[in-house]
Design a protein around this ligand. Structure first.
Ligand code: PLP
Length: 441
C-alpha cells in the first residue's frame, strides 16, 4: 500500500497545504493567512502572483518553453545575460545560466578548476571556505559548506575544502573589530600556506551570510583582505550571492557594499523570484576566454538557460526596475532594522540584530550579557518559528552551531514591502517573542 504521504523532505512534521498567494501573503487550504516574512527561502523577492511575470511567462510559453542551449540561442537568454552584466558595473562580463544555487556554485568550482588547468596550473584544485557558511546541497557545494548538521553526514563523499574561521562581529574576543579582522585574515593566510598556496584555486565567501549565519556582515577591510590574499597567492575570489544577490541587500549585489569585486559570482533565488528555477554563474571575461582557448567549459545542465527560465528572470528584473525595488530594499530595510532593534531592547532573548537591507537576522540568546546561546537541544530556532507561524508570520530558522553562530531567524520579506507591511510583520514577531520568552524562562 502506498503511504498517504509519499513525499519526503527534511521534516516529518505536518505542514499546512498551500492554497494560493498574493503579494506578501500566502493562504492555506483552511483559509488561514500568513505573511511571508522570509520570501519563502529568501527567494520570492518581488512578492507572489505578480501579473507582469505571469504575463511574460505565458507569452514565452506561447512561443517556446524549452530549447537546448547547444542547439539554439534565445533572445531572452541574451537579454537577461546583458542586464545582469550591466548591473555588476561591468566587473563580470560573462554569464552561465543554471537551474539552482547549488548548480551555480558547482559551476563556479568547475570553472575555477578548468581555468587553472588551461593556465598550466593543474595542481590548483583546492578551495578555501568559511566556517560557518552554506553553499548548497550537491556534493561539490556541500564540500565548501561549513555547516556541520548538513555537511558532516556526507563528509567522506565530498571533496571538502580548507575551512577557515568566519569573522564574527557579535562574539569576537579581540579588543576591537579591526583587530578581530586582522586575526581572522592571519588565520586564513596560515591555512592557505599550510594547504600549499600553489594548490589553492579559490577562496569562496558569502559577502553577507544567509542561512548559516543569519545576516552576518563583514567589514570592507575583511573583504579587501580576502582580495589581497587571492592576489598574493594567485588564486580566485568566488562570491556566493545565491541568497544575497539580486537587490535583497539594497544594492544589486552585496559585494557592491564593500567595493570589492569577485572573479566569479553565483546567483540564484531572487533571479527568478521563485516563479521558475533559474540561477547563474557570472565570471570575468579573462577566465572564460582562457577556458575557451582550452576547448570550452566542460560543464552544463539540460535545463540551463532555457527560454522560459530566462523570460521569467527578465520579467523579474523589469519589475525590480519599474517598482524601484532595490532602493525600496535599502529604505525599508533601514526601517525594518530600526524596528527589530526596538524588539532587541524589549526582549532579553534577542541578542543580536544584523544584516543589511531586507536581509536581516535576529539571534536568540539565553543570556544577553554573556551572549550565551540556548542549549542546542532546546531548539530555540524551531520554537520561535513555530510560534510565529501560529501567529500567521513566516520566518526562516537556523539552528545553533555551538560556538560558531547561535540560534537565529531571518526576517527577509519580499522587496515590495511597505512601511505598513513591516509594522504588521513586527507586530506579529513581537507577539511571537513574548510567547517565546514565556517558554524560555
Ligand atoms: N548558496 C547559498 C548562499 C545559499 O543560501 C543556498 C541556498 O539557500 C545555496 C547556495 C544553494 O541553493 P539551492 O538551494 O538553490 O541549490
Amino acid at each position: 500500500m502506498p503511504s498517504s504521504n509519499a513525499l519526503f523532505y527534511l521534516t516529518t512534521k505536518d505542514m499546512p497545504l498551500v492554497s494560493h498567494a498574493d503579494g506578501i501573503y500566502l493562504w492555506d487550504t483552511d483559509g488561514r493567512r500568513y505573511i511571508d516574512g522570509c520570501s519563502g527561502a529568501i527567494t520570492c523577492n518581488i512578492g507572489h502572483n505578480h501579473p507582469t511575470v505571469k504575463r511574460a511567462m505565458v507569452e514565452q510559453l506561447d512561443k517556446v518553453a524549452f530549447t537546448y542551449r547547444t542547439q539554439f540561442e534565445s533572445q531572452v537568454a541574451l537579454d537577461l545575460a546583458n542586464k545582469l552584466v550591466e548591473r555588476t558595473d561591468a566587473d563580470l562580463q560573462k554569464v552561465f545560466f543554471v537551474g539552482s544555487g547549488s548548480e551555480a556554485v558547482e559551476s563556479a568550482i568547475k570553472l575555477a578548476v578548468q581555468y587553472f588547468l588551461v593556465e598550466g596550473q593543474p595542481e590548483r584544485s583546492k578551495f578555501v571556505s568559511l566556517r560557518p557558511s552554506y553553499h548548497g546541497s550537491t556534493l561539490g557545494a556541500l564540500g565548501l559548506t561549513g555547516y556541520e548538521p548538513l555537511e558532516a553526514p556526507y563528509r567522506s563523499a565530498t571533496i571538502g575544502s580548507v575551512k577557515v574561521p568566519s569573522p564574527d562581529l557579535y562574539r569576537f574576543r579581540e579588543a576591537n573589530v579591526e583587530e578581530h579582522i586582522a586575526v581572522v585574515l592571519e588565520q586564513t593566510e596560515r591555512a592557505i600556506e599550510a594547504a600549499g598556496p600553489e594548490t589553492v584555486a579559490a577562496i569562496v565567501v558569502e559577502p553577507v551570510g544567509g542561512a548559516s549565519t543569519g545576516g552576518r556582515m563583514f567589514t570592507r577591510s575583511y573583504m579587501e583582505g580576502l582580495r589581497a590574499l587571492c592576489d598574493r597567492y594567485g588564486c580566485l575570489l568566488i562570491m556566493d550571492e545565491v541568497l544575497s544577490g539580486m537587490g535583497r541587500t539594497g544594492a544589486w549585489f552585496a559585494y557592491q557594499h564593500y567595493g570589492v569585486a569577485p572573479d566569479i559570482l553565483a546567483l540564484a533565488k531572487g533571479l527568478g523570484s521563485g516563479y521558475y528555477p533559474i540561477a547563474a554563474m557570472m565570471a570575468r571575461q579573462e577566465l572564460v576566454d582562457a577556458v575557451g582557448r582550452g576547448g570550452g567549459f566542460m560543464h552544463g545542465h539540460t535545463y540551463a538557460g532555457n527560454p522560459l527560465a530566462c523570460a521569467t528572470g527578465l520579467a523579474v528584473i523589469e519589475v525590480m526596475d519599474s517598482e524601484n525595488l532595490v532602493s525600496n530594499a535599502a529604505e525599508q530595510g533601514f526601517y525594518l532594522r530600526q524596528r527589530l532593534e526596538q524588539l532587541a531592547e524589549k526582549y532579553s532573548c534577542v541578542g543580536n540584530v544584523r544584516g543589511i537591507g531586507l536581509l536581516q537576522g535576529v539571534e536568540l540568546v539565553q543570556n544577553k550579557l554573556t551572549r550565551q546561546s540556548f542549549p542546542s537541544e532546546f531548539n530555540a530556532f524551531e520554537r520561535i518559528t513555530v510560534l510565529a507561524k501560529e501567529r500567521g508570520l513566516l520566518i526562516y530558522p537556523r539552528r545553533c552551531l555551538d560556538g560558531l553562530a547561535g540560534d537565529h531567524v531571518l526576517i527577509t520579506p519580499p522587496l515590495t514591502v511597505t512601511t505598513d507591511d513591516i509594522d504588521a510583520i513586527i507586530a506579529l514577531f513581537d507577539l511571537s517573542l513574548a510567547d517565546f520568552e514565556q517558554i524560555a524562562k
